[in-house]
Design a protein around this ligand. Structure first.
Ligand SMILES: [Zn+2]
Length: 758
């Protein structure tokens, strides 16, 4: 194992990498001698002499997982042959590998065969052995007798993609995730000195110096990162700056460019959220973009470039030229942009990867109109938006589409575009960042959703297609999703399902929990996490109509109602009946919210059963995070039930009548929120979770999803006003009157338009 790899292992973490981290604990505690007995019957690992570095890394990761010292790794020359008590790693083309072992291997899979008291593991290519090393629980006990035969493990998706992670080496990520393609922050420092000297001349002397000086540093850093991925036999893409708004990509170059080519400045549509930094009808625009992207590709040294378009869109130009030639339309702008990206990269031998996501459904945000093209309803369909790219650009461009027919979770309908973009290779994207289900603070599974959608996606994109996971924690600091003893289940499930969409979910849960928890605790923890999926869906998304993209409490009614548009999962006509302001719909919301709280109670019951077998640290962390979910849920569901009452009273008032019976539940809601708001996110600052690298008190961003009080008070006060309008003050029962004391509303919440959408 390289020193770097050793260092990266030396982190206290408990995950589905548990076995590896045990080796680490032993190593950091003063030597591998401290290790317990090896956890398998095999005592040696054999790799071919002069093997690809990925094979060597595979042997080292495997040794860690099965409790062997690194000196248990031996090299062999010549033919691969079974060794009693040993695991022999080989490739399809290695001499001595029997055809019965190499034959069943497809794509970049692997196969294992037991014979003569030894085991031979054969990979399609070097990285295949990293995938094997990450999951020995699947193959190591396939029987030490030859009777067990050959066990082949072939991935269902040819491409499995994920992202770089600061705490894990490329080889480790591949072993953990079974992924073969990664995006990484391979950044460039671009001055355009060579490509557009006339623009360069307009940069300030400081900018010129800064950008030119940054090139060597970027190139050196990128070369090392790319080598790390290639040493693990992996493909790596560089991410272009987010979106396609050049004024954000490089403000200095943008300004210098416009000083030379003022006609290239785009003309935005009035009130448009989508911007027009550059005009796609002006030839100088493409001169600039071609130069910038070519230089980015050169400096990044990656195998390709990954591009996004929303939600920093900068090509929505409405000058007379664009209006005349159709480049004021999203689908033509996308086609034009992507054709240019491709034309630059093709001769450089680089691949192009697109994320085709858009953002919610159309709505006003303050005084700006968010077009949100691509999700139907009042905008064009997802396929329409991308139709020119799909049909008129070369098939080798990778098209990655979110599985969600909406921005993100929870429990959204299935994408309408997947399967429609052939001959392009299509990739189904999962965004495992806890965005609308509590930012990973809370226990929140999405495994059932992943299971049915992954199967459906494979049917549509085929084995040649891909599956992607963007794993992490939205708006979190110090967080490591792979070390999360609760929500790590999602990355684990993604790995299992991207290899086998028909994986047995009961076994998947048992394997996941069994690698983290004591055997007596594991089934109960698996059950608690399984229950969390419905619990968080119902907590966050009343009747599927969505809530804040980053899970926080809306500050006021206007913001909450904007969110009902923006994150609305069910914006199809057949669902509007659930938004009608009726007592029946209030009852539906109340029943759903009571079910959410009942689901959370059941999670606590499972936790109680697990508790005697959890370590003290596990118990503290899990109890804290379960409590966070329960208290948040109590406040959030109370707000949603009250919001539906408010909407009903508002509709009644429009008909010059009211319903005083709503006062009692609204007063009780007020009391509930007043009681539980102070109980949100209770923790001991000295406490440390496995998923954070510092104690809770030292997190750069404290666990917090805002306050429910301003919204509760506004809902109550305005509901009361509607009732008084008809009833007057005398006929409302005084015991349900609450005083709307002046509330300390955070400034940003007083102005919903200032809140960014996501
Ligand atoms: Zn234009």
């Amino acid at each position: 194992m390289s020193d770097e790899l050793r260092t990266s292992f030396a982190v206290d973490r408990r995950t589905f990498l548990k076995a590896a981290s045990l080796a680490t604990v032993a190593a950091t505690a003063g030597g591998l001698e401290a290790l317990a007995e090896p956890s398998s019957r095999y005592t040696r690992i054999h790799v071919p002499a002069g093997a690809h570095p990925a094979m060597r890394s595979a042997a080292e990761i495997l040794a860690g997982k099965i409790g062997l010292k690194y000196d248990a790794i031996a090299e062999y020359r010549g033919s691969a042959a079974h060794h009693r008590g040993g695991i022999v790693l080989a490739l399809k083309e290695t001499r001595g590998v029997p055809a019965s072992l190499s034959g069943p291997i497809l794509r970049d899979g692997y196969a294992a065969m037991a014979e003569d008291g030894g085991l031979m593991v054969c990979g399609a290519r070097p990285r295949s052995l990293l995938f094997a090393a990450g999951e020995p629980h699947h193959w190591i006990d396939r029987g030490i007798d030859s009777k067990a035969g050959v066990w082949a493990r072939n991935p269902d998706f040819t491409l499995r993609l994920s992202g770089w992670h600061p705490r894990y080496k490329a080889a480790e990520l591949a072993a953990m995730l079974g992924a073969n393609t990664f995006t990484a922050p391979l950044r460039a420092s671009i001055s355009l000195r060579e490509q557009m000297p006339e623009v360069y001349a307009k940069l300030s002397a400081d900018e010129r110096q800064r950008l030119d000086a940054g090139v060597e540093e970027a190139m050196t850093r990128n070369a090392a990162m790319v080598k790390e991925f290639h040493d693990a036999d992996l493909t790596v893409f560089s991410e272009l700056p987010y979106g396609n708004n050049f004024s954000r990509w490089s403000p200095a170059l943008y300004e210098a460019f416009l000083a030379v080519y003022p006609s290239a400045k785009g003309v935005p549509e009035e009130h448009s959220w989508e911007k027009a930094a550059l005009c796609p009808s002006d030839p100088a625009t493409w001169k600039l973009l071609d130069a910038y992207i070519g230089e980015w590709a050169r400096q990044s040294q990656a195998d390709g470039i990954a591009a996004t378009f929303w939600d920093q869109y900068g090509m929505f130009c409405h000058d007379p030229r664009c209006k005349a030639n159709g480049l004021d339309q999203f689908k033509n702008e996308l086609y034009e942009s992507i054709s240019h990206y491709y034309a630059v990269m093709k001769p450089m031998g680089k691949q192009l990867h697109l994320r085709t996501w858009s953002s919610g459904c159309p709505h006003w945000l303050g005084d700006q109109y968010v077009h949100a093209p691509g999700y139907g309803q009042f905008s064009e369909s997802h396929y329409e938006l991308w139709s020119r790219v799909a049909t008129e650009t070369p098939g080798e461009i990778l098209m990655q589409t979110k599985v969600y027919h909406s921005d993100c979770e929870p429990d959204p309908p299935f994408s309408t575009m997947l399967g429609k973009c052939k001959p392009h290779i299509e990739i189904v994207e999962y965004q495992d960042v806890g965005q609308t289900i509590g930012r990973q603070y809370f226990p929140a599974s999405v495994v059932n959703y992943m299971a049915w959608t992954m199967k459906k996606a494979l049917g549509l994109v085929g084995h040649e297609g891909g599956a992607e996971i963007g794993a992490g924690g939205t708006m979190q600091t110090n967080y490591d999703v792979y070390a999360d003893i609760l929500n790590g289940c999602k990355a684990y499930a993604w790995r299992e399902l991207s290899w086998d969409v028909n994986a047995d979910l009961d076994k998947l849960w048992a394997d996941w929990a069994g690698q983290i928890y004591a055997p007596q605790a594991a089934p109960h923890m698996a059950k608690a996490m399984q229950l969390s999926e419905d619990a968080v869906y119902k907590t966050f998304s009343p009747l599927g109509f969505g809530s804040a993209t980053n899970s926080d409490f809306a500050g006021d009614i206007a913001r909450r109602e904007t969110l009902l548009r923006y994150t609305n999962r069910n914006y199809l006509p057949e669902y509007t009946k659930f938004l009608e302001p009726t007592t029946e719909n209030i009852d539906l919301v109340v029943a759903e919210k009571q079910k959410a709280l009942a689901d959370i109670d059941a999670m606590f019951e499972a936790l109680e059963a697990a508790k005697p077998y959890l370590t003290a640290a596990e118990r503290q962390e899990i109890e804290t995070r379960f409590d966070w979910l329960r208290e948040f849920a109590i406040c959030n569901v109370t707000l949603d039930m009250s919001l539906w009452r408010f909407r009903y009273l508002r509709a009644q008032a429009a008909m010059l009548t009211t319903d005083p019976a709503q006062l009692k539940p609204l007063a009780e809601a007020w009391d509930t929120v007043a009681k539980h708001a102070p109980l949100l996110f209770r923790y001991d600052p000295a406490q440390k979770f496995t998923c954070y690298d510092v104690p809770l008190g030292q997190l750069r961003r404290k666990p917090d999803l805002g306050t429910p009080l301003p919204l509760m008070h506004e809902i109550y006060a305005r509901s009361l006003a509607f009732m008084e309008e008809s009833v007057g003050p005398d006929y409302l029962p005084q015991e349900y009157i609450r005083t709307t004391v002046s509330i300390n509303v955070p400034t940003e919440m007083q102005h919903p338009s200032r809140l960014k959408n996501d």
